[in-house]
Design a binder for this molecule. Structure first.
Ligand code: ADE
Ligand code: ZN
Ligand code: ZN
Length: 271
């Protein structure tokens, strides 16, 4: 009897445990970026965002920030829009090599920006472009979303971190962000408080290809340069217990830059 109940419980638990897809910055990273962007938004842009998404700009931006990952399995054509594979060892982003058919995060951000700003298009189409934009400006700031060491942006690099078997990409999507704190709103408030005005103005510039190159540079100099070997490995690399805290400054800056730039793009588009 006991066996039967346990079996039923296990089946029930398996049924409610969602499969975990390979996400971009984990949900927390995208939410932190959305909070930062919302707080930097001009009143005009805030009004337009709230009209397109419905409801208060901040809460709707946070809510839609992970939507692109949720629909990725069902909308196969969107799959390449989350990253750009700039080869480690190259001189940097090369559109013809790294973004064939404009099918990468750099080209997609530019497309979504155009769609969002075109008032001739329907609100539904512009709202979808806005949801994609909120997500992809985040992704392009994740160093491993703009670099590739013959390992699918670290997805093929097996590592052990905090006692768990995982991969390098996943470590940079989630645990390094969670290490900043487990409440995205309060982490965002802390980060906003750290941003100085001159720094903000300096960040609010450039283009998606420049932001991808920054990510690529960080991946080259701070991530891959400190790992043994190159290419996919079968034997996992054990990351030090302080790996996340050792990279906290970089992670914080990338989240702050992504938030500042998302706000900037929206301000410019809705000016
Ligand atoms: N798949 C292939 N390359 C990738 C990357 N750099 N980031 C995320 N997913 C990928
Ligand atoms: Zn993504
Ligand atoms: Zn990712």
């Amino acid at each position: 009897m006991m066996m039967r109940i346990e079996a039923v419980l296990i089946v029930a638990l398996l049924a409610v445990t969602p499969a975990s897809p390979a996400l971009a910055w984990g949900n927390e990273g995208h939410q932190i970026i959305a909070y930062i962007a919302a707080s930097e938004l001009s009143p005009k842009a805030r009004g337009e965002v709230s009209q397109l998404l419905g409801g208060d700009a901040e809460s709707s931006m946070v809510q839609v920030s992970t939507w692109a990952d949720e629909i990725r399995p069902y909308r196969r054509e969107t799959s390449h829009w989350h990253y750009v594979d700039i080869p480690i060892g190259s001189a940097g982003y090369d559109a013809s090599r790294d973004c064939p058919n404009d099918d990468c995060v750099v080209a997609q951000i530019e497309r979504d920006q155009k769609i969002m700003g075109d008032r001739q298009l329907t609100p539904a189409i512009r709202a979808e472009a806005l949801k994609f934009l909120i997500h992809f400006v985040g992704d392009i700031h994740q160093p491993l979303h703009a670099s590739n060491n013959q390992d699918r942006g670290g997805n093929g690099m097996r590592v052990v971190f905090q006692g768990r078997y995982t991969n390098l990409h996943a470590v940079w999507d989630t645990p390094v962000v969670i290490a900043l704190g487990d409440d995205p709103h309060s982490v965002a408030q802390t980060l906003e408080g750290e941003i100085k005005q001159p720094e903000l103005r300096r960040w609010q510039s450039g283009s998606p290809s420049a932001w991808a190159n920054e990510s690529f540079r960080i991946a080259s100099d701070e991530i891959y340069a400190k790992l043994p070997g190159s290419g996919p490995t079968y034997a996992p690399i054990v990351l030090a217990d302080d790996y996340a805290t050792a990279h906290a400054r970089t992670v914080k800056t990338r989240l702050e830059e992504a938030g500042a730039r998302l706000a900037w793009i929206l301000d410019e588009t809705f000016r």
